[in-house]
Design a protein around this ligand. Sequence first.
Ligand code: SAM
Length: 505
Amino acid sequence: MSEYNGRNAENRQSGDRGGASRGAGNRSGGPRGPQRGPKVSPARLAAYDVMRDVTDREAYANLALPARIREAGIDHRDTALVTELVAGSLRMRGRYDRIIEIASGRDTEHIDARTLNVLRLGVHQLLGMRTASHAAVNESVELQRLVASPNGAGFVNGVLRAIGRTTPEEWDERIAETAKSKDDALAAQTSHPTWVLRALRASLKAEGRDAELVELLEADNVAPRVNLALLPGFDEELIEDVESGSFEAITFEGPSPIGFMMHGGDPARAIEAAQVHEGALRVQDQGSQLAALALTRARPVQAGERWLDLCSGPGGKSALLGAEARLAGATVRANEVAPHRAELVRNAVEAVASTVNVVSFDGREEGAYDGQQYDRILVDAPCSGLGALRRRPEARWRKTPGDLPDLTQLQGELLDAAVAHLAVGGVLAYVTCSPHLAETRVSVERLLGRHADLKELDAREVVTSIARGPIDLAGDQLSVQLWPHRHGTDAMFIALFTKTEESAS
Ligand SMILES: C[S@@+](CC[C@H](N)C(=O)[O-])C[C@H]1O[C@@H](n2cnc3c(N)ncnc32)[C@H](O)[C@@H]1O
């Protein structure tokens, strides 16, 4: 038996509400001919198309899904089904592939790519959505005939029937029995690459909380709630309205003092219903909210302060910095290297446009700084994104440990350039959406080693003082590591520094 207790995400996925058969689309690469009879629902066919685009063509599910749903004319009811099929099958791909291997006796590398995606979708219906076994198997067999090879229909039928006869808990045991190691078992059971599991454990261990690993891995497998931020200084009466129950879909809760949580429904509609200043209520993870507020509230702001958001695209934190600056009489320069992302920043800061100047430079170059020193600098650095695995179902399968050296080098170079433009007594925030130690504490220790004039500030104290209620921050470092399972946020890392007078010369 492995340490995993079978309390896995499969049991918590939403149920299949079934898909009506209303004439299939026709984009898949297989031998798809005309369908004779109502065999494969348009929802399942659309899900297959997106799976193929993501697994074989490097598409991003969050972009490919809405595009395919529109193209196939999928209605509102079936949109949820397609989304669940795709997101669940992609997120749980590591687990499902292992189960397929055990059930079929065949390595997934030796299964035709189209058939493998048909199987993944089938397994998700059987184990993740608890679709009636005959329906899941029959639809998968028909999907196989339509998009892959009719010759493989018997294989799909046999493998899925075998999988459906075994409960998710029994699959956990079979995975453990056949795994190469305990880590291999837990990684397959919870659908994480083993190197990611080890990196997450190392980071939790550094806080003395490695016992939380399974909880974290499970949290990664549940799509996050949509969170909203209300920009300070705008429509604050909304808080009272929400607290008095005027809005069913939103509650004023979570660790951020300006954060709201959505309980289902369409965020765009909820924002419209709130009738606030345009752009003042925005979708934003509460960890990101805390990271931006940690910089602005680390110490009182003096009117006239100059702030820099060095890596600002798509602009969520810039909007928040802009709102805080507007209230305190400071100004913000928001820099983003990619011009199309700088455009997104311009849109994001519309509500505070008079306070935020958006520019597009490489943050390691002088142009990003306009020859100025800054009182506060946010380096929300490009990173592996291992802290946001809940959001992008395919992301964990696209990262490799080989991505880290280039990223950590870039993070170091951006930080060095930022330090050179930090005013004496100014505050620098280093933020990543990754808990990987190479991108967090190792980066911090190296930075402090390179800059004798830099002193780390107590970010824990700052975040504790701004959080809405008590916040469980573990370990004995000055920096803050947030976690999905503990805080309901992305796994954001926040470190704060100041430049000291003595050694600044
Ligand atoms: C983690 S994201 C920032 C998220 C943003 N702060 C927000 O809250 O919306 C990192 C950003 O850094 C940008 N970036 C990457 N390399 C950069 C560089 N050399 N200089 C400036 N920005 C860079 C990326 O394009 C990306 O938009």
